[in-house]
Design a protein around this ligand. Structure first.
Ligand SMILES: NC(=O)c1ccc[n+]([C@@H]2O[C@H](COP(=O)([O-])OP(=O)(O)OC[C@H]3O[C@@H](n4cnc5c(N)ncnc54)[C@H](O)[C@@H]3O)[C@@H](O)[C@H]2O)c1
Length: 382
């Protein structure tokens, strides 16, 4: 069991507090936010202590800081945590810039501290069953594939959508972490990327909140079409967009020499996984409801294309597994090396689009190993 201090008391905090109910080693004791009211409300809701950011960094009872601030603040906050001599687990992405994230990685290494990073969704039933099928060679060697995340953008529901459309935002920074991490889990590290990005309009209209009907500026591309070559030779096409009203495509399909797999939503933990072995044959529907991190546990109202109304969401397993790794001196699964490589894929996708050329990735990482049910069970509350 480790005591957690939380920095960034926004929307996603509730999901992490819920993780205390699932996992046996997470214990929140304090929270902080640059917005004092947000910290005080959070502390009152969860019966923990509200502190300033400086106070929580030097709180001797806090073992690990969970960084749930906005992506623009991840680097600054994680750096302060590591400099204060504490382990940090951060929401996605690791930072906005590869070079900044590399600095965090090096800082953690040289201070002998753990640096963990979301997403942890690849540890779910859907990600793990897909991995088992591919690792066992049941569909042969993966040669090609494609994935999609596309919806009209957060201005449809969010009162302050600006940061998603400004430099440092964009669809690849926002949703790339889930898809790229899922792909590295299934195929191993990537080698290079080719990409095209397009800004279709210079302004957008607020569709919710007090600014409804007014316009705001769009600074960057809102749709990216790209392909990634992996070190194992596979080439996978991606489409991530804030310019699509609706669609009816699968989240991710991978095509191997002996069959094809439909990988479930990498933003969630559930299934089913679908597999087909022969041209014209049926698709086998493989449920993950019996897997400890696959069982449906939430109702989801996002309404985005191809999102199931019921979902499996066990966010926090990455933090729990990091705690176990700290206590047993092991390498954790949601580690800095993986997050840094995923950030490299994100940044390189955007650079490739801007520079209109193929970009070689600067980094690599170890392909994650399977997360066995025995290991998951060590972390679950009885
Ligand atoms: N909301 C979601 O559904 C969701 C899902 C998965 C991941 N995430 C990720 O979680 C993170 C937080 O998202 P959110 O939706 O909770 O955002 P949010 O804007 O609701 O909350 C972020 C909080 O961080 C605080 N903050 C910002 N800068 C800070 C700083 N320098 N020091 C201290 N506090 C600071 C803000 O005041 C705010 O209260 C993001 O990285 C996001 O990508 C969000």
């Amino acid at each position: 069991m480790k005591n957690i201090g939380l920095i960034g008391c926004g929307n996603i905090a509730e999901t992490y507090f819920r993780s205390q109910e699932y996992f046996n080693n997470i214990n929140f004791i304090a929270c902080a936010d640059i917005n004092e009211v947000a910290a005080k409300d959070c502390a009152a809701n969860y019966n923990i202590k509200a502190q300033t950011v400086e106070e929580i960094l030097f709180n001797k009872d806090v073992d690990i800081i969970l960084n749930l601030t906005i992506p623009q603040a991840h680097y600054e906050v994680s750096k302060k945590v590591l400099q204060a001599g504490k382990h940090v687990y951060c929401e996605k992405p690791m930072s906005l810039k590869f070079n900044e994230a590399k600095e965090l990685f090096d800082l953690a290494q040289s201070n002998n501290l753990y640096l963990g990073n979301a997403p942890d969704t690849f540890l779910g039933g859907g990600g793990q069953l897909s991995k088992e099928i591919i690792d066992e060679g049941r569909i042969g060697n993966i040669l090609t594939g494609n994935f999609i995340f596309a919806f009209p953008g957060v201005q449809t529901f969010h009162p302050n959508p600006e940061s998603w459309f400004q430099k440092g935002g964009g669809p690849v920074i926002d949703m790339g972490p889930y898809f790229f991490t899922a792909l590295v889990n299934l195929l191993g590290p990537a080698k290079n990327v080719r990409s095209r990005g397009k800004k279709f309009s210079d302004t957008r209209v607020y569709e919710a909140g007090p600014k409804k009907g007014k316009e705001f500026e769009v600074e960057m591309a809102t749709s990216y079409m790209f392909d990634i070559e992996f070190m194992n030779g596979a080439i996978v096409q991606g489409f991530i967009s804030f310019d699509v009203e609706n669609h009816l495509r699968n989240h991710m399909e991978l095509y191997g020499t002996k069959g094809s797999i439909i990988v479930p939503d990498p933003n969630m933990f559930g299934g089913p996984v679908k597999v087909s072995y022969k041209l014209g044959s049926d698709w086998e529907d493989l449920s993950v409801e019996n897997m400890p991190l696959g069982k449906t546990n939430i109702i989801n109202h996002s309404g985005r294309s191809n999102e199931a109304p019921k979902q499996s969401n066990y966010r926090g397993i990455g933090l729990s597994e990091m705690i176990y790794a700290i206590e047993n001196k092991l390498k954790h699964k949601c580690n800095g090396e993986l997050a840094l490589h995923v950030l490299d894929m994100i940044e390189s996708t955007m650079i490739a689009a801007e520079e209109k050329k193929e970009i070689e990735l600067r980094s690599t990482c170890e392909q994650p190993q399977a997360f066995s049910e025995e290991k998951v069970k060590l972390l679950l509350k009885k």
